[in-house]
Design a protein around this ligand. Structure first.
Ligand code: ASP
Ligand code: MG
Length: 594
């Protein structure tokens, strides 16, 4: 007899008939002898409807009252499911977050789970009942009993956290899709169901908008090694297993990472190659990285920033030992890359052999702007210059001089209150596919700031100002090229933000421009971001080249590139976004993966 936590999403309990169907499923499983805790979301679009109601009364309702309101949605569905179970003769009881003792931070509308005191729940289980729990909600403390919610989509997180607190044998997330797919099937008809995916891959995909799982739920599963599956509510198919590495021992107090940053990672012995003034047309990145892969050199971070319309800069890092080969390739193909009329002058190559990559990682940074800024500020205050920045939704990486690595780690550990991750992710298993999923984001805009003075602290000030306005950014790219304007060396900085935030971001930056002595601010909303994600791409040369080549063959120009260890993202013209997604899906044979 196993203890299992199941979670049913809003669509799965969207009507009375569906609630009854879920009840039959749960009942059957209970009769087979398992103990069940069932977490449910609010019925159908209830949470949206409640939000709309609130907005008819107040444009900025108090977050406390919003939590009071939204938490009622789940209270309806738990009661109905419990009744449906009782109708089938199955003893059942519904419990709210407070009754289950789900204690969270006192942060309304985005609370993280601190602890679960499941005594009462366990008592009901021993009495043979199915316990139906309201997802998405908790209370601020056992004394104050303020109702909190975990943020939209948070009932996945409730379910996984409960599974960990109860030491359940697994957590099953039931939804209206068959599991996790290689891409959004509405955009890519040949998308395939994955039988398995690692938590790290899932985290990147989830934060790219594959909205099947709340990213925080994935992080909890990974941290505690909780077996997690995503399955269809309507079939018996096994769905997708979300795989965790063997967990590090952790206390169950402070269950969710209330810290935005979960780990600090450092890779020393890196080298950097930068190519300046390469032409801005399809095929350039493809040619360069195909040649480099041909030498068996694995590149790690790649960034490409755009410039004045005519030319781009590309910079990448490799292991120091591979640097001479990478440099030789870059030098050999530089003449080929020259712009037709030499518009922006000749390609220039810079090689820096003594670099380190330092990163902060954690799903806690999603939706909490200011984390990247805090990292930049910490490094600036330590007088450490940032050579390259590359951010994904769950990680911020900075390339700095190798000699500064230890100081950087010490400063960052102090700021974020986490030690250096002593055993970073184990090397990926051999034979993992280089890519496991592809994603498209069409709701972002690109913002570029021209002529930012090149001194420590600029990135810190820029991203702090944005964070203060609650604007989340992603894919920050700093140009490699330095130009001297008014006697000051300057670089451009570009980043992505939600389209809805772009105008506000521009206003913030324009206000800041005179103080920081920086130039114009541009918005380009006519873009889309496509990404591939796969743990197997680590240590496999040629993955980025394959992606760039596929886009080049279709004549799609890449406007910006940013990579993390297990993800490559490219910014492409908006009109070609869907096409780009289909192309990269095919380029990695994802239609044959399952
Ligand atoms: N009902 C909440 C929402 O729609 C929580 C959830 O469904 O996960 O965001
Ligand atoms: Mg959901």
């Amino acid at each position: 007899m196993a203890l299992i936590v199941q979670k049913y999403g809003g669509t799965s309990v969207g009507t009375v008939e569906r609630i009854q169907a879920v009840a039959r499923r749960v009942c059957q499983r209970a009769r087979e002898g398992d103990s069940l805790v069932v977490v449910v979301s609010a019925m159908g679009k209830t949470t949206d409807e409640l939000t709309r109601l609130a907005q008819e009364i107040s444009l900025q309702p108090s977050r406390r009252e919003m939590d009071m309101l939204l938490s009622t949605g789940e209270q309806v569905s738990i009661a109905l499911l419990s009744m449906a179970l009782q109708e089938l003769g199955q003893p059942a009881i519904s419990l709210t977050g407070a009754q289950v003792g789900i204690v969270t931070e006192a942060e309304h509308s985005r609370a993280r789970i601190l602890e679960i005191k499941p005594d009462r729940l366990l008592q009901h289980l021993t009495e043979g009942k199915v316990v139906v729990v309201a997802g998405f909600q908790g209370i601020s403390s056992l004394e104050h009993m303020e109702i909190t919610t975990l943020g939209r989509g948070g009932s996945d997180t409730s379910a996984v956290a409960l599974a960990v607190a109860l030491e359940a044998s697994c957590c099953e997330i039931y939804t209206d899709v068959p599991g996790i797919l290689t891409a959004d099937p509405r955009l890519v008809p040949e998308a395939q169901l994955l039988t398995a995916i690692t938590c790290d891959e899932m985290l990147e995909l989830a934060s790219l908008g594959a909205s099947v799982l709340h990213p925080r739920s994935v992080e909890i599963a990974r941290n505690f090694g909780m077996p997690l599956a995503v399955r269809s509510s309507w079939t018996e198919a096994p769905g997708t297993q979300v795989l965790s590495p063997p967990p590090r021992p952790r206390s169950r107090v402070g269950l969710e990472i209330t810290k935005a940053v979960d780990a600090i990672e450092v890779d020393a012995a890196q080298g950097k190659v930068a190519l300046l003034r390469i032409p801005d047309r399809p095929g350039i990145a493809a040619t360069l990285f195909r040649e480099i892969a041909g030498q068996g050199v694995d590149v790690d971070l790649i960034i490409q920033s755009m410039h004045d319309g005519a030319s781009n800069d590309i910079a990448f890092t490799t292991l120091k030992a591979d640097l001479p080969k990478a440099q030789a390739v870059a030098e050999a193909i530089a003449p080929v890359l020259r712009a037709p009329q030499g518009a922006a002058g000749d390609v220039e190559i810079f090689v820096e052999p003594r670099m380190a990559k330092i990163a902060i990682a954690g799903a806690g940074m999603i939706g909490r702007p200011g984390i990247a800024a805090k990292m930049f500020r910490t490094l600036a205050e330590a007088g450490i210059n940032i050579e390259m920045i590359s951010t994904s939704e769950v990680k911020v990486s900075c390339v700095i001089e190798e000699a500064e690595a230890n100081r950087a780690v010490a400063a960052l550990s102090q700021t974020f209150g986490v030690p250096l991750n002593p055993n970073p992710a184990p090397p990926p298993e051999p034979n993992l596919p280089p890519a496991r999923g592809a994603a498209l984001d069409q709701h972002q805009a690109q913002i570029a700031i021209r002529n930012v003075p090149d001194r420590p602290g600029m990135a810190a000030q820029i991203f702090t100002a944005l964070a203060e306005r609650n604007i989340s950014v992603d894919m920050i790219v700093q140009s490699q090229r330095c130009r001297i304007v008014e006697g000051v060396p300057r670089r451009d900085i570009a980043f992505m933000t939600a389209q809805g935030d772009a105008e506000a971001a521009k206003a913030v930056l324009e206000k800041l421009a005179p103080t920081l002595g920086m130039g114009e601010v541009w918005i380009n909303a006519d873009i889309a971001k496509v990404s591939i994600v796969g743990a197997g791409m680590q240590g496999q040369p040629g993955v980025a080249a394959r992606l760039f080549s596929a886009l080049a063959e279709a004549g799609i120009n890449i406007e910006m590139i940013a990579t993390s260890e297990i993800k490559v993202s490219c910014v492409v013209p908006q009109a070609q976004g869907v096409e780009a997604l289909r192309i990269i899906h095919r380029a990695f044979n994802l239609e044959r993966l399952s």
